[in-house]
Write a protein that binds this ligand. Sequence first.
Ligand code: PLP
Length: 343
Amino acid sequence: MEKKNLDWANIGFSYIQTDKRYVSNYKNGAWDEGTLTSDAAIMLSECAGVLQYAQTCFEGLKAYTTEDGRIVTFRPDQNAKRMMNSARGLEMPEFPEERFLDAVEKTVAANAAYVPPYGSGATLYIRPYMFGSSPVIGVKPAAEYQFRMFATPVGPYFKGGVRPLTIRVSDFDRAAPNGTGHIKAGLNYAMSLHAIVSAHEEGYDENMYLDPKTRTKVEETGGANFLFVTKDHKIVTPKSSSILPSITRRSLVHVAKEYLGMEVEEREVLLSEVQEFAECGLCGTAAVISPVGKIVDHGKEICFPSGMEKIGPVTQKLYDTLTGIQMGRIEAPEGWLREIPIK
Ligand SMILES: *Cc1c(COP(=O)(O)O)cnc(C)c1O
């Protein structure tokens, strides 16, 4: 298989159409067998449930080339399970885990020429999603759905080295107290767009959202969970029923405990205690872990000792260990890497 001739280090994070995508339709209470298609366009009723009432959820994961040349995906079973949970929360049919894993295998194998080579820093991003496709005008769940999965190569997240982020404490909320914060719904992102655009206009990289009920506790950003490091080298990560459970964050917690022998506390984190921490990072599939250098709370600056120039030592260790596992340089826990058979 010959790789596409792309400038892997400079492709950035934008959509590049690849050769094949997977499609399965749900009708009369059942999923069809599913297929790969070359057609990247979707033909939909003007009244489709997704267009009227935003009935859609998604996932995001990556395929990598390991040091020894295999193509692997990272914990896709966790994405499958989380998507089933998202579907239940939006009154959509579950796409079964085994079917999901098969779709990942087929989609990556069919686009193997787009899986960036080892060492390039680039990866193949995989986007599974599902939406209500049949007409809905009175408010109710659609009767028919489409599940799709495409892949698009993405460049290294930190081009030219890691740069610690500056984030602000947001006056907007990303989730209601008993709403959809814990599920990966497109609607959570729609309502975060105004908040992120205004954060960027004011010179911040991201928003820190607080718990919507009391506005005293740290939740997450628009698309990444927080990990804090205490001055005595413990990991602290916020616990809340309205946080989206990041697979990267859960993996980093495992790495901290089992590979680095660190103590981890998953608990409520008050905004007022954040100034005590030594390091702060944002966890998600896109960047694995991005260091935060500064948090601005309505003019009051919280500056982490790790500073604005470089990533903190514990954050660096977590990053190196998890990316080492993903790239096959460090032995992975059982079941974390799923190899894609390439014919
Ligand atoms: C997807 C997502 C994350 C990150 O999850 P990963 O599984 O680590 O990619 C964090 N927060 C929100 C709101 C998300 O949608």
